[in-house]
Design a protein around this ligand. Structure first.
Ligand code: NAD
Ligand code: TDX
Length: 331
């Protein structure tokens, strides 16, 4: 089996490359990644024998077409992925998330290649804190930010290519991931690396916003289950019942790193900040038999903290620039 993994030098994609090579000893992988600020070749270190990195743009048809032609399956992670960046400059989100996905869809249509599209729960907008409902595959799309709108648009392109052109595709919408190799612009690794540097964590607004945390390895196991057993044209929601508000998460990071629970600062809130995400995973669990392995958030977080402590060389070169960007926004 030869797998084309787009965005395989990013957080979730790199974990997926590692997992794929472990799970399928005969598989080979091509990673197509533009190595934007979010891509890191170091995340694929040691995999060179079975994983080839092609540095290129998913929106470039001449790059994409021959790689899709060689693949048995394409798993599409590449995206601009950070909400805060999309509020400062939406343009790369439109090009990569929409034009890039369109370019891949045209190539899989030509070569009749199995395609899996990785997306996010943010396409459904947000929930009230006291809403008993969670997101289901039937929840209407209602994205809030340029990032989530571009991901929603990419999902709709995939659905249209399935219906109009009969491509063999599936879609997954997952909740917030945490784990090793996550870019330090994101909430959890930003606070861990701040504390390593003796800087207080930064909480947007009152910290009441809820995210439904899932370990990245659980997300990726579900993606493989969908690729192998999912019904063509279907959308599966991936989540592990991990709802926590941001204040609780910061307090747990502080405790695990030996600080007082109130040792953090409130900073400017994100404009249009989604209040709550929550996934109903019934379809995935009942239809495909997927179960999360990392159900203890406390120990998953402790392992993640240890990973950032042990891999300072991986993130250190990024830290000053990321924090300078946040400081300019009062965050
Ligand atoms: P990331 O930002 O860490 O990685 C994205 C990768 O895509 C990077 O390696 C980057 O270099 C690459 N890339 C960007 N533009 C490209 C282009 N034009 N051509 C080729 N490569 C390009 O993102 P992530 O957190 O790993 O997210 C991966 C996917 O999972 C995204 O589609 C995202 O929407 C989705 N997702 C993420 C989460 C989460 O919590 N992080 C949750 C649900 C879904
Ligand atoms: O310093 C911070 N302080 C803070 O309070 C940062 C960076 C974030 N936050 C808050 C904002 C969110 O409520 O923490 C929460 C998580 O923020 P992010 O890590 O930026 O994630 P989010 O905006 O929820 O989106 C993530 O999950 C869905 C991923 O970045 C997306 O790619 C994915 O689609």
């Amino acid at each position: 089996m030869h797998v084309l993994i787009t965005g395989g030098a990013g957080f979730i994609g790199a974990n997926f490359v590692h997992q794929t090579l472990r799970r399928f000893p005969e598989a080979t992988v091509t990673v197509l990644d533009k190595l934007t600020y979010a891509g890191n070749q170091g995340s694929l270190e040691g995999l060179e024998e079975r994983a080839t990195l092609v540095v290129g743009d998913i929106a470039d048809a001449d790059t994409v077409d021959p790689l899709v032609a060689q693949a048995d399956v394409v798993v599409h992670f590449a995206a601009e992925s950070h909400n805060d960046n999309s509020l400062n400059d939406p343009s790369p989100f439109i090009r990569t998330n929409l034009v890039g996905t369109f370019t891949l869809l045209e190539a899989v249509r030509r070569h009749k290649t199995r395609f899996h599209h990785v997306s996010t729960d943010e396409v459904y907008g947000d929930l009230e804190l006291d809403d008993p409902a969670k997101f289901t595959p039937e929840t209407p799309y209602n994205p809030s930010s340029p990032y989530s709108a571009s991901k929603a648009g990419s999902d709709l392109l995939v659905r249209a290519w399935v219906r109009s052109f009969g491509i063999e595709a599936t879609i997954s919408n997952c909740s917030n991931n945490y784990g090793p190799y996550q870019h330090i612009e994101k909430f959890i690794p930003r606070q861990i690396t701040n504390l390593i540097d003796g800087v207080r964590p930064k909480l947007y607004g009152a910290g009441q916003n809820v995210r439904d945390w899932i370990h990245v390895l659980d997300h990726n196991d579900a993606v493989w289950d969908i690729v192998n057993k999912g019904r063509i044209g279907e959308t599966y929601l991936i989540g592990a019942n991990g709802e926590k508000n941001n204040k609780e998460v910061v307090e747990l990071i502080l405790e695990l790193m030996g600080h007082e629970p109130d040792d953090y600062d409130h900073v400017n809130d994100r404009p249009g900040h989604d209040m709550r995400y929550a996934i109903d995973n019934t379809k995935l669990v009942q239809e495909l038999g997927w179960e999360p392995r990392f159900t203890d958030f406390r120990s998953g977080l402790a392992e993640t903290i240890a990973w950032y402590r042990d891999n300072e060389a991986w993130w250190r070169p990024l830290k000053a620039e990321v924090e300078a960007k946040y400081a300019a926004q009062g965050q």
